[in-house]
Write a protein of this length. Structure first.
Length: 474
């Protein structure tokens, strides 16, 4: 056993410096560095770079300025492990198409940037408030289930629409996007592939890489079919922080948004927060499932702490680098991959903080390496399309499962349609009115006479999948 491993007694979490609800830790001082996770992060930074085309298309932002925003966001990712949040953080992915549509409703230029800044700053301050007071659960419980289901459904539909609408990313690289999306869906959801991943160490390693194999496929396929060139340059990338902090931030030439912008952003802030809260619940589930495998390290996941870090990140980004991807509490796929390695024992990964921290240090390093940036730059539209297609798939079935009854599902479908076509304010208003009209005194409870809508289907699906994974089904 190494000296680093021996420093932490079994049954205790890594040492830290207490800061109210936060736990300050420094890599190499409070926990062991994990090279395997660092290298994986170095490769997976390609996924994070895919937001650059969105910043270019939506805001008219130069590539080098958009790269500076990605790097700044990447630095703030490090706050999670440094402040005691044991997850791999990521975007608020389901809300990205909603925010794109919201920003597009304003004229391109200062007004559109003001809309983005006001939204992200409000979102950050809202998360800080809930993290400081511990009121997150109370606030989310006040939103009817049907409305929450509709917001998640609408986010999924908007994600698909973003890629396939006229002039969308799909039409710039149709072959590459089609093949890579099918590869990703097969790897992530096909029960036969999941069975192979339990019997073959090689397939398991591939499965643990999430959508990276599909992105590598895009790098290979796009030049072959003539949809993008293959380009590689050596050296370091050249983010343009000077222009970012002169022309694209509120304390530069752009100026601060008026109060009216902050008020207009409130409905979309609430919609994005529903997604953030769901991500926080998902993080708790991942940790709860993994925790019994490692009695030597108790994992302290505190939703208030997660809200505080997410709030800090969004507030800082709104002032230093307004970002359409937003700052979310978890990158679920990579958090699962990291916890899978953590479950193998202390020799594999001494502390989960070391794993999630080293991974994000890896992605942060990758942004600065010109070979990675230049190789992925031509296929970034495909990487974004892939991310949105997967997110659309996931959001639609999660949104549908959130509904408790057919009435809930009907209201949710209405909310989703209005959200995509008219925006968050109209969707919330219509959803709340519909819930009141249909449920009256049971406004907050919803349909009290119906059982779980998907219970029988979920039970049958679980039984079928179990047979496939065990090799009983053909």
């Amino acid at each position: 056993m190494s000296d680093w491993t021996a420093k932490r007694p079994d049954g205790q979490e890594p040492p830290y410096i207490p800061l109210w609800k936060l736990k300050l830790r420094i890599p190499g001082v409070h926990y062991r560095w994990e090279w395997a996770d660092y290298i994986q992060g170095l490769i997976m930074c390609a996924v994070c770079l895919s937001i650059i085309p969105v910043l270019q298309d939506t805001l008219g932002m130069p590539f080098e300025v958009a790269l500076a925003i990605v790097i700044l966001n990447g630095f703030l990712y490090l706050f999670h492990s440094s402040l005691g949040d044991p997850v791999v953080p990521g975007w608020v992915t389901p809300a990205i198409p909603l925010l794109i549509a919201y920003c597009a409703a304003f004229p391109e230029g200062p007004e559109r940037m003001h809309a983005l800044i006001a939204f992200e700053m409000t979102l950050g301050l809202w998360c800080l408030l809930l993290g400081a007071t511990g009121l997150a659960q109370t606030v989310i419980s006040l939103i009817p289930r049907a409305v929450k289901a509709g917001v998640i459904l609408g986010a999924g539909i908007a994600a698909i629409q973003l890629i396939f609408k006229e002039g969308g990313k799909f039409y710039s690289m149709p072959i590459t996007i089609s093949v890579c999306a099918l590869v990703a869906l097969f790897m992530m959801y096909n029960p036969l592939f999941r069975h192979w991943s339990t019997t073959s160490p090689v397939v398991k390693r591939i499965a643990n890489l999430g959508i990276l194999p599909a992105i590598i496929a895009a790098i290979i396929i796009a030049p072959i079919v003539g949809e993008a060139p293959f380009t590689v340059e050596w050296g370091f990338s050249h983010p343009d922080f000077a222009t970012l902090w002169t022309d694209w931030v509120p304390w530069g030439t752009l100026g601060w948004p008026p109060l009216s912008m902050f008020l207009k952003a409130l409905p979309l802030v609430l919609a994005a927060y529903i997604v953030i809260f769901g991500d926080a619940v998902q993080a708790q589930g991942i940790i709860r499932d993994a925790d019994p495998k490692r009695p030597d390290e108790p994992v302290d996941y505190n939703p208030d702490r997660a809200h505080l870090v997410v709030g800090i990140r969004n507030t800082i980004m709104s002032m230093l680098g307004p970002d359409i991807s937003m700052c979310g509490p978890i990158w679920a796929a990579m958090t699962v991959v990291t916890y899978e390695r953590w479950k193998k024992g202390r020799e594999s990964m001494d502390s989960i903080i070391g794993g999630v921290g080293a991974f994000r240090w890896g992605t942060f390093t990758g942004y600065w390496l010109l070979p990675i940036v230049t190789v992925t730059r031509p296929i970034l539209p495909a990487a974004l399309a892939l991310t949105m297609i997967i997110q659309g798939f996931v959001s639609v079935y999660i949104g549908a499962r959130e509904a408790k009854s057919l009435k809930d599902l009907g209201i949710a479908g209405m909310v989703a349609g209005i959200l995509v076509s008219k925006g968050a304010a109209w969707a919330f208003g219509a959803g709340l009115i519909a819930c009141f009209v249909i449920y009256s005194m049971d406004f907050f409870k919803g349909d009290t006479n119906a059982g779980p809508l998907w219970a029988d289907d979920l039970e049958l699906a679980a039984e079928r999948e179990s047979k496939v994974l065990s090799g009983e089904a053909k």
